[in-house]
Ligand binder design. Structure first.
Ligand SMILES: Cc1cc2nc3c(=O)[nH]c(=O)nc-3n(C[C@H](O)[C@H](O)[C@H](O)COP(=O)(O)OP(=O)(O)OC[C@H]3O[C@@H](n4cnc5c(N)ncnc54)[C@H](O)[C@@H]3O)c2cc1C
Length: 452
């Protein structure tokens, strides 16, 4: 088989490249080992956010007391499982996505491809040659450390597909996936314990965010262990696990979710045929997603940020480059990240610690409860801006709509909006994003500005 372009892996990144090329009249073959659409719609972003949305509604119901009367909240996982099955994943069936690609003129092959030359892969025993472009978009999979692999466990895949929740859940990993699913399931009544090796949850975010989310989870009854070293793991009953912490308690639960990160399988993909290191964590790409002449890569497999919006951004650059009208090169300065806990933790650009490594910075911050909207809502969180030479180089927006407020801050980083321009702006009262204005004008921030 031959085609102008061969796209391996049809998650959000590869699917977009294949569809854009096919729409432009390029002869494309898309190859997918599992489901067209990839991790995001079937086992990732979409089902997890449906779970989070449902859990947030429960939490709002419980907040009626003291604000609007009384409430009795009776969680039911049934509607969540149904939405994930019927609306998010179509019962884990990709017929619609395959037809969409074919409807645009692309050809589709189901199978696991292996690169055998810079212009060819082998799939289902057949060689597929790329006349113009080979695009690698094979994503990542959950990484389960060997210590946990020998006992029954869930990854995100099993967790989002459950029909009924366990009575107790051990979550290994205090990053975005572990916290989102852990908090949500706890709100449905599961007794949740989170174990994190690092000294704090969401360890890549600002310490203030880590501290607050640990506090919120604790108040919601989630048992959080940070700085924990797992000594030994053994099966508990037929489905569960017991985790022994060094110098700490033995933790056991009916189920264990391992959310300790995700990895690409470059050896399985055979990138050695491109002269690349198969033991590397990612495929190196330039600003136009080029790997080598005639070869491009997009999405999680490039290691530039494991987010659907990164895959989509890179896919646009990649398709444009293949079509011969390249866009400006990739710029990740304003890459936004959102952990969809409640409160949401949104961040963009550099943290204070990262920025300080390269010189002096000025910090502006405001707790959400001190802003009018935060106080009215009884919301929690903070806004924090990291600035250098009068420009915002990073920001955190943690709060009831932290991910939405982040848009303003991402724009500031992306467009290099001067702090003075932000300070002279009129922010609607009383909104959550007005906390940015308060941060910029707060006396504590002014003191920090003055170096106090
Ligand atoms: C629980 C969870 C929640 C998430 N929530 C969010 C969120 O809220 N926001 C966000 O932006 N991101 C989120 N993500 C991350 C997001 O899902 C990924 O960043 C995104 O799916 C990456 O897209 P991709 O195209 O690079 O790879 P993938 O979606 O991983 O797709 C790669 C595809 O390649 C296929 N493949 C692999 N190897 C081969 C081969 N050799 N031959 C053929 N096919 C192959 C795979 O089967 C897969 O379908 C979440 C992830 C998880 C797990």
């Amino acid at each position: 088989m031959e085609a102008d372009a061969v796209v391996v892996g049809l998650g959000p990144g590869g699917e977009q490249v294949a569809e854009e090329l096919a729409s432009a009249g390029v002869d494309v073959v898309g190859i997918e080992a599992e489901l067209v659409g990839g991790e995001c719609p079937y086992w990732g972003c979409v089902p997890s956010k449906m779970i989070v949305r449902a859990a947030d509604v429960l939490a709002e119901g419980r907040r009626i007391a003291g604000l609007a009367g009384t409430s009795v909240v009776t969680p039911d996982w049934g509607p969540v499982a149904r939405r994930i099955r019927d609306e998010a994943s179509d019962s884990w069936d990709d017929t619609v996505a395959v037809e969409r690609l074919e409807g645009k003129g692309g050809r589709f092959v189901r199978g696991r491809a292996r690169v055998v030359a810079p212009d060819a892969v082998v799939v289902n025993g057949e060689r597929v040659t790329a006349r113009r472009a080979l695009v690698l978009a094979t994503g990542q999979r959950a990484f389960v450390p060997p210590l946990f692999d020998t006992v029954p466990h869930w990854t995100n895949r099993e967790a989002v597909a459950v029909e009924t929740l366990p009575a107790s859940l051990l979550v290994i990993g205090g990053g975005a996936i572990g916290l989102e699913l852990g908090q949500a399931m706890a709100r449905f009544g599961t007794s949740v314990t989170i174990v994190e090796t690092a000294e704090r949850l969401v360890a890549h975010e600002e310490p203030e965010a880590s501290e607050l989310i640990a506090d919120v989870l604790g108040r919601e009854g989630v048992d959080v262990h940070t700085g924990a070293t797992v000594e030994r793991v053994e099966a508990f009953g037929s489905t569960g696990a017991t985790v022994h912490l060094e110098g700490g308690p033995a933790l056991r639960a009916e189920r264990m979710l391992v959310a300790t990160g995700r990895r690409s399988d470059l050896a399985g993909l055979g990138v050695g045929a491109l002269g690349l290191d198969e033991g590397a964590p990612a495929i190196p790409v330039d600003g136009r997603m080029r790997v080598a002449p005639g070869v491009w890569a997009v999405g999680d497999v490039t290691g530039k940020g494991a987010f659907t919006h990164v895959a989509a951004y890179q896919a646009r650059l990649c398709a444009a480059d293949i079509l011969g009208h390249p866009l400006p090169e990739a710029d990740y300065r304003a890459l936004p990240r959102v952990t969809f806990t409640d409160p949401e933790i949104g961040s963009v650009g550099l943290t204070e610690l990262q920025a300080r490594a390269n010189g002096a910075v000025e910090i502006y911050s405001e707790p959400i409860p001190e802003s009018a909207r935060g106080w009215i809502h009884r919301g929690e969180g903070l806004v924090k801006l990291v600035t250098r030479d009068g420009l915002v180089v990073g920001a955190t927006s943690m709060g009831p709509t932290g991910g939405e407020v982040l848009g303003l801050l991402a724009l500031a980083v992306h467009a290099r909006v001067p702090v003075d321009a932000l300070r002279s702006m009129i922010f609607a009262y009383p909104t959550f994003h007005r906390a940015v204005d308060s941060a910029l004008w707060a006396s504590s921030s002014a003191a920090k500005m003055a170096g106090a």
